[in-house]
Ligand binder design. Structure first.
Ligand SMILES: Nc1ncnc2c1ncn2[C@@H]1O[C@H](COP(=O)(O)OP(=O)(O)OP(=O)(O)O)[C@@H](O)[C@H]1O
Ligand SMILES: [Mg+2]
Length: 343
C-alpha cells in the first residue's frame, strides 16, 4: 500500500456536494475546499449492448456527430431527470473518477431541480448508495447560499437561477423556500430560438453547438446602438451546401426576446405570490441572478428595468449551486429541513 492510499483510508470525514445540472455536473469537495469536477452532463452508449462508451466532455464531443451504433444521451433535460439509469451511472462514474476505490464513505449533498418527483428522489438516494448520509437540496436554495446570501434570517431574499434546462425562481426566508416557480425556458431554449431564427431568416441550418457559441458571443437582452457582427457557418437549405452569413447582435436579441420576456413574466408571478413583509425586504435587498443563462449580455439591466427592483449578478453564476450545497453542511438548522437518507 502506498502512502497516498494510506492517507486516503484515514481521511474519513468527507463531504461532497453535487450539482446535477442539465448542462453541467459539478462536484465540490468541502475538505479540499474546491470544485473537483466540472463536466458536461452527457453520456454515450453503445446502442446494441447499452454499454457506456464515454461520459462527460468526451461524450459531449459526440453529440450530434455520432454514428448510428453510438447514442449520446443527456440524462437530465429541461431541468428534470429524463433518464434515471444514465444519471445514476454518470454520478457513479464521476465519483469513481475523482476518488478511485478509496474506502471513505462521504456525506453527499445532491442539488436537484425544485420539481423533482418523490420517485426520482428515491432513485437519487439509491444512486449514491456508497454514501454515509445523502441529503437532497433544491437548486434554488443552494444557488442563493452559494451566492453569499445568508438565508437563515427572518428576512426575504430572492434568486433567479437561469441554467441550461430550466429557470428556477425562488423567494426564501429562514432557510426555507416561501414561493417558487420553475419554467423550462433557459439556456437551451435560447439556443433553439437562435437555430429557428437563422433557419427562418437566412435559410441556413446550424447545429445546437453553433447556436450556443453565437449566444455566448453575441446574444444581448437589450437592443444596442452599434451591434456587433459575427460570421456564421451552416448548411444552406435551398442548395444543400455549406454557406456563411453575417448576423448581428440585434438580430440575436430579436431571436431570443420572447424567451427572455417569459423569464421576466415568471419572475413577476413569483413576486406576486410573495408575502408583503418579505416583498419589502426584497425591494431593499434586491434580486440575485445566477446560472449560466444570466451571463447573457445586459440581462441584469433588462431584468432590473422590467421588474423595477435592483438586480445583482451572483459572484459565481456557474458554481453557485455546488458551492451553496457545500456550504449547507455547515448549517445544522438547514440540514434538518432537508430530506436525508442514512446508510
Ligand atoms: N457567457 C455565457 N453567455 C450566455 N449563456 C451562457 C454563458 N455561459 C454559459 N451559458 C449557458 O448557460 C447554460 C448552462 O448554465 P448552468 O451550468 O448554470 O446550467 P445547469 O445548472 O447545468 O442547468 P440546470 O440548472 O437547468 O439544470 C448553458 O445553456 C450555456 O450555454
Ligand atoms: Mg443549475
Amino acid at each position: 500500500m502506498g502512502a497516498f492510499d494510506f492517507v486516503k483510508i484515514f481521511r474519513v470525514n468527507k463531504s461532497i456536494s453535487i450539482d446535477l445540472g442539465t448542462a453541467n455536473i459539478l462536484i465540490y469537495d468541502k475538505q479540499r475546499k474546491k470544485i473537483v469536477l466540472n463536466e458536461p452532463s452527457v453520456v454515450a452508449r453503445d446502442r446494441k449492448t447499452g454499454k457506456l462508451i464515454a461520459v462527460g466532455k468526451e461524450a459531449r464531443e459526440m453529440l450530434g456527430k455520432t454514428p448510428d451504433s453510438i447514442q449520446a444521451i443527456k440524462p437530465l433535460q429541461d431541468g428534470v431527470i429524463a433518464d434515471i439509469d444514465s444519471t445514476k451511472e454518470m454520478i457513479t462514474y464521476f465519483i469513481h473518477k475523482i476518488y478511485g476505490n478509496s474506502l471513505f464513505k462521504p456525506e453527499v449533498m445532491i442539488c436537484v431541480p425544485i420539481e423533482v418527483t418523490s420517485v426520482e428522489r428515491k432513485a437519487l438516494f439509491d444512486a449514491v448508495r456508497g454514501a454515509k448520509k445523502t441529503y437532497i437540496i433544491e437548486e434554488g436554495r443552494a444557488a442563493i447560499i452559494g451566492s453569499g446570501v445568508d438565508i437563515s434570517q427572518p428576512e426575504g431574499s430572492m434568486v433567479i437561477d437561469i441554467g441550461g434546462g430550466s429557470t428556477d425562481i425562488a423567494i426564501l426566508s429562514l432557510d426555507e423556500i416561501i414561493a417558487s416557480k420553475s419554467i423550462r425556458i433557459a439556456g437551451n431554449k435560447f439556443d433553439d430560438d437562435i437555430v429557428k431564427y437563422v433557419k427562418r431568416k437566412y435559410n441556413l441550418l446550424i447545429g445546437d453547438r453553433t447556436a450556443e457559441k453565437i449566444k455566448k458571443e453575441l446574444a444581448s437582452a437589450l437592443e444596442v446602438q452599434n451591434p456587433e457582427i459575427l460570421e456564421i457557418k451552416g448548411r444552406d437549405l435551398e442548395t444543400g451546401i455549406p454557406n456563411i452569413v453575417e448576423i448581428n447582435e440585434n438580430e440575436i436579441y430579436e431571436a431570443i426576446e420572447e424567451s427572455l420576456f417569459q423569464i421576466v413574466a415568471a419572475t413577476k408571478e413569483v413576486l406576486e405570490k410573495c408575502p408583503p413583509e418579505l416583498a419589502a425586504d426584497i425591494l431593499d435587498n434586491g434580486i440575485i441572478m445566477t446560472g449560466g443563462g444570466s451571463l447573457i449580455k445586459n440581462f441584469i439591466d433588462m431584468m432590473e428595468k422590467e421588474v423595477g427592483i435592483k438586480v445583482f449578478l451572483s459572484p459565481n453564476p456557474l458554481d453557485s449551486v455546488v458551492l451553496g450545497g457545500g456550504a449547507a453542511f455547515d448549517n445544522k438548522k438547514l440540514l434538518r429541513t432537508l430530506q436525508m437518507k442514512e446508510n
